[in-house]
Design a protein around this ligand. Structure first.
Ligand SMILES: C[S@@+](CC[C@H](N)C(=O)[O-])C[C@H]1O[C@@H](n2cnc3c(N)ncnc32)[C@H](O)[C@@H]1O
Length: 224
């Protein structure tokens, strides 16, 4: 029988972005551990039954928490612009077109969910209604395809696969060559009742280091 090979390369050096992200994670993890000691915090409807350690292990604060995210308000204060009726000039005509996307995209097939929507279908709405950097909220996100779509608005290949064209200055032209949007990722705030769905959505939407991912996947395959 073939013997498993666990002799893999050591971890590559983490990127500067990864180091920054890890620092943020540590700060929020300590804050979350403090919050978990507050009995009032645990009274939030739907709060999971579990030890502090289990809840902390499942969570990746401030990006993902395995219960209503206590950092959401802070994040919105940093990332969203409050609505002001006196100065607001936002206007879009209603999006009126048939939207049809196949279900054979590798991202779509990475994980199943009973009511999953292909992210490319959602991208069309996000590109129509929002600007780069805007916050998109989905309160019933399932496994997070709205988040994937929001991020993919900053991926030229994905945007052009919808039949649009991205110009050098970031203008996006529709199928008729008419400018209608700007190229660039949007930010997503996501919420769902199902713990399994939120966990899958978190993994769909969190950047991974592809080198480490490939090595770990091969290690698990070899172990199996
Ligand atoms: C139609 S699915 C959304 C699927 C999503 N578009 C996707 O691509 O994965 C509706 C979701 O709403 C969630 N849901 C139902 N009631 C909810 C509630 N009161 N609060 C939050 N989420 C809820 C369900 O768990 C389900 O995942």
């Amino acid at each position: 029988m073939r013997q498993p090979n666990f002799d893999f390369e050591p971890d590559p050096q983490p990127s500067p972005e990864q180091i920054e992200r890890d620092k943020t994670r540590e700060i929020y993890r300590a804050r979350l551990a403090e919050k978990l000691k507050d009995p009032e915090f645990r009274k939030i409807e739907g709060f999971p039954i579990g030890t502090d350690e289990a809840i902390l292990a499942l969570s990746d604060p401030p990006y993902y928490t395995a219960y209503p995210n206590p950092f959401l308000e802070e994040w919105l204060a940093e990332n969203a612009v409050p609505y002001d009726a006196d100065t607001d000039e936002y206007h879009r005509e209603p999006f009126a077109a048939d939207v049809s996307e196949g279900k054979n995209d590798p991202i779509y097939n990475a994980h199943s969910y009973h009511t999953k929507v292909p992210h490319k279908a959602i991208m069309r709405y996000i590109l129509h209604y929002t600007e780069p950097g805007d916050v998109v909220y989905d309160g019933f996100f399932g496994i997070g395809m709205t988040g994937v779509a929001a991020q993919m608005c900053g991926n030229k290949e994905q945007v052009e696969s919808l039949g649009y064209r991205v110009l050098e200055d970031g203008t996006i032209l529709d199928e008729d060559g008419k400018p209608f949007s700007k190229f660039g990722a949007r930010k997503a705030a996501l919420n769902d009742l199902s713990p399994a769905a939120t966990f899958i959505a978190y993994n769909y939407n969190t950047p991974v280091d592809p080198v480490v991912f490939e090595r770990e996947a091969k290690r698990i395959l070899a172990a199996c």
